[in-house]
Design a protein around this ligand. Structure first.
Ligand code: NAP
Length: 277
């Protein structure tokens, strides 16, 4: 069983989802990727994160194919480009995403990062989509604390999540962004939770992995999911990786493990600007 995170409004989602960046871009891998996504949903990692940006729409098309017969089991998240985030642009971009995704609604629609359209306009677009039943929730991505404050001042109190770069090597948001989101009751979605496979396999992650008989990346994922309001969305195009990631959701790190991770990956002692991949 994968633990759940409660969104503002009460909807429960699994703390482990599945990313899709770079999926659906290479024909020979497509069938394997579809199988991996379906396996993940069957195993409970039913939150699927995608974006209109990924593969210029090819990723959403692949996700749409993977969700044939699976749509009602999935919590489907997509993202709008900032340059499409005007009131009308959000609605039109969503219509295109829905078509590629072969569905009539998104469970969550995110502003991918902050652009030049005022938050008020983007929120109005999200609200129009909600009123039409085309999205259930909306949220943001890559917004630092000052941006979040502006969003809330602009009438963004219904923001359901902030999706940010977070893993043991990217702890900057712990200084003020994560505490701010906690205070506001807005869960965090951690992207690139294993730093696209570049986290070190040795050091603290390696020794903790040996102690628990698991893989170092599973330790990193368990570490991300240790927080009650944190959803990790690793991308895995291979079934073996999906199984490993789901198993990581059951791994509980003890105080000694957390201290070893703190010693190697120091928590932030001062504000650092939010990083993006
Ligand atoms: P990631 O999930 O940290 O890493 C993905 C890489 O790790 C893939 O190469 C994958 O290989 C490999 N992998 C996955 N599970 C593994 C395991 N158990 N053992 C060994 N290798 C494993 O990086 P990401 O794709 O950048 O981030 C995850 C998702 O977050 C994205 O796919 C996307 O949906 C989202 N994201 C959002 C933003 C944003 O701006 N909002 C930015 C970046 C990412 P295989 O594919 O070969 O299995």
């Amino acid at each position: 069983m994968i633990k759940t995170v409660t969104l503002p409004g009460g909807q429960q989602v699994p703390a482990l989802g599945q990313g899709t960046w770079f999926m659906g871009e290479q024909a020979p891998r497509r069938a394997q990727e579809i199988e991996a996504l379906r396996l993940g949903i069957d195993l409970g990692a039913s939150l699927i994160d995608t974006a209109e940006m990924y593969g210029d729409g090819r990723t959403e098309s692949m996700v749409g194919e993977a969700l044939v017969g699976y749509r009602d089991k999935a919590f489907l998240v997509s993202k709008v480009y900032p340059h499409n985030a005007s009131r009308r642009g959000v609605v039109e971009a969503c219509e295109r995403s829905l078509k590629r995704l072969r569905t009539d609604r998104l469970d969550l629609y995110l502003l991918h990062w902050r652009g030049s359209h005022p938050f008020e306009d983007t929120i109005a677009g999200f609200e129009a989509l909600q009123a039409a039943g085309k999205i259930r929730h909306w949220g943001v991505s890559n917004l630092d604390t000052d941006d979040m404050e502006e969003l809330l001042d602009a009438g963004g109190g219904a923001c359901a999540v902030n999706q940010i770069l977070y893993n043991p090597g990217r702890r900057g948001p712990e200084f003020d962004l994560i505490p701010f989101l906690e205070e506001q009751g807005i869960p965090v979605m951690a992207y690139s939770p294993i730093e696209q496979g570049r986290l070190p396999r040795g050091g603290a992650l390696g020794s903790i992995a040996r102690k628990h008989g698991v893989d170092p990346f599973q330790v990193a994922l368990a570490w991300v999911m240790r927080r009650p309001d944190m959803i990790a969305i690793p991308k895995a195009g291979k079934a073996e990786h999906v199984r490993a990631n789901v198993a990581a959701a059951a791994l509980v790190l003890d105080a000694e493990d957390l201290a070893a991770i703190d010693a190697e990956f120091r928590p932030p002692a001062r504000k650092r600007s939010l990083e993006m991949l």
